[in-house]
Design a protein around this ligand. Sequence first.
Ligand code: NAD
Ligand code: UDP
Length: 320
Amino acid sequence: MIHIQKRILITGGAGFLGSHLCDRLIKEGHDVLCLDNFFTGSKRNISHLLGKPNFELIRHDLVQPIFIEADEIYNLACPASPIHYQYNPVKTVKTSVMGSINMLGLAKRVEAKILQASTSEIYGNPTMHPQKEDYWGNVNTIGPRSCYDEGKRCAETLFFDYHRQNRVNIRVVRIFNTYGPRMHPNDGRVVSNFIVQALKNQDITVYGVGSQTRSFCYVDDMIEGIIRMMNGPDDFIGPLNLGNPDESSILQLAETIIRLVGSRSKIIFKPLPQDDPLQRQPDITMARKNFDWQPKIDLDEGLKKTIEYFKGIVPALMPR
Ligand code: NAD
Ligand code: UDP
């Protein structure tokens, strides 16, 4: 097969998912432009790529327009953890909405193909289970999670309108909870929180009674799915669910992490945050059918790799 080197822009490229995407596309020999304002991402995530001839880092806030050349754009810029996206909710909406307008305008001008990292959160607290792509969702427009949920919903609308109105070549993937190395240790997401707490033998903070469910996908599987979607046929634009359908309750997750770490932590219960979805599981029939894609790494295996990463970044986290 002939290898075509593309110039690929990754917004949010210094974040958790973005940095893994940079790694993969650099390995494939593409020219990668990593754009980030370092709100939640860090230079450490991509420091091993600095100095490579096919890697460039641009510090830029996506809310402002930018004029560069690219063949493909992966639009990942947006804080993803509730603590971070609720820190400055107006900025979160601006990043999703104005950031998408800026990137879609760029894609239109340079005729680039553009993929949006949408989210399972657009389904809100779902009344359909598992969630299929044709479900419209159950989202509060005025709650603490709305800046993220509605920002991402509006971004999807913009993608489809630029496609219909300006023939921009788009892809939209809806990402379900994904975890792995390079998650921010303090971003408050459940997997990183529980692993850090377990490694320190601190109490594990389960919100509510822990009966709410999530379905956790390991990062390598997610990156594979995102890349397959970007490189799929132009008449299949999504939205496409990507995630691991293996659903577990938050209490089960806490118990699994305690077991894998060999921790002395105890589980304690804290109030359930407002609008916290009670259940979530992707229906990935469409991804299976169109791309022969499904996650390969099960929860135990993925958690073990993630625990190793967290042991490495903060030696003080090692169990005593
Ligand atoms: P992350 O917070 O690690 O990465 C987001 C990146 O975007 C960070 O590097 C951050 O600095 C950057 N960023 C934020 N605002 C910006 C702005 N205004 N200008 C430029 N850069 C900006 O989160 P992640 O988990 O890697 O998520 C990446 C994308 O995937 C996000 O769009 C998120 O909504 C989506 N997503 C992730 C998950 C998940 O479980 N990880 C689930 C659903 C959707
Ligand atoms: N959660 C928890 N303890 C924590 C952090 C999160 O019980 O220390 C719960 C949270 O209430 C939610 C689930 O874990 O029900 C997933 O939370 P996360 O913030 O990782 O993702 P999201 O809610 O956006 O899916």
